[in-house]
Design a protein around this ligand. Structure first.
Ligand SMILES: CSCCC(=O)/C(O)=C/O
Ligand SMILES: [Fe+2]
Ligand code: NI
Length: 226
């Protein structure tokens, strides 16, 4: 049955490793090595969707409600809308940074690039244009630039009390983001168990012995009944 609104897991989303040191960051600067949406999701927990059609905003509303996003704003990044501040804002967005909260953006016009750090610290460039919806997990280094068309419009979703300050690199290295949802973020105990399997097995064996000993004590007949 036809549906007035279509959304999908970004089949046509384009992402690729960025060329090293491009002259103009607003050009595509595609290195030729592409990255799939699945790879983005599985390695660095970046999610990309595409919402199109008259019901698109309803879907955004639903998604926002489910994730506890109660406020939003709209940004138009262009020389026309920002005047003198355009270049300064472009520089600010393009400074490598992270946030202690997720970054959720729905692109409503124009085109731009989200650059995100791969698991081995290379830049992956995600091309976004009208209808694209992107979720960057908390704690991931990234940056943004409009393309050389100098025009991006977006709805930015915020939780009611977002810790919405940008933390530039390397200051962000000192931040421990507890809500980090990327696959490389683990609870310290899980991290310890995974990193030191030998120590973990000794500790486990000790626990079993202690427990067995206690159980044996319990099994012994009482000596003070007479
Ligand atoms: C396309 S939204 C503008 C960029 C932005 O809001 C941001 O936080 C970049 O990291
Ligand atoms: Fe950001
Ligand atoms: Ni349908």
């Amino acid at each position: 049955m036809g549906h007035p609104c279509h959304f999908w897991f970004s089949p046509d989303m384009r992402a690729f490793y960025l060329q090293d040191e491009p002259d103009n960051p607003k050009n595509y600067n595609d290195s030729g090595t592409s990255v799939s949406a699945e790879e983005l999701r599985n390695t660095i927990a970046v999610e990309t969707w595409h919402f199109e059609g008259p019901d698109a905003m309803n879907l955004i509303d639903e998604m926002a409600e489910k994730r506890g996003y109660t406020s939003r704003d709209r940004v138009i990044i262009s020389p026309q809308s920002m005047g003198d501040k355009f270049e300064t804002m472009c520089k600010k967005f393009y400074q490598e940074h992270l946030h202690e909260d997720e970054e959720i953006r729905y692109i409503t016009g124009g085109e731009g690039f989200f650059d995100v750090r791969s698991i081995d610290d290379k830049w992956i460039r995600i091309v976004v244009s009208t209808g694209d919806f992107i979720i960057l997990p908390a704690g991931i280094y990234h940056r943004f630039t409009p393309s050389n068309k100098n025009h991006t419009e977006a709805t930015r979703l915020f939780q009611s009390y977002p810790k919405w300050n940008s933390i530039s690199r390397p200051e962000g290295d000192k931040i421990e983001v507890s809500s980090l949802s990327a696959p490389f973020s683990f609870h310290p105990v899980v991290w310890f168990l995974a990193t030191f399997p030998f120590l973990t097995s000794i500790a486990f064996a000790l626990l079993v012995c202690i427990h067995a000993n206690i159980s044996m004590e319990w099994l012994k007949p009482p000596t003070n009944l007479l």
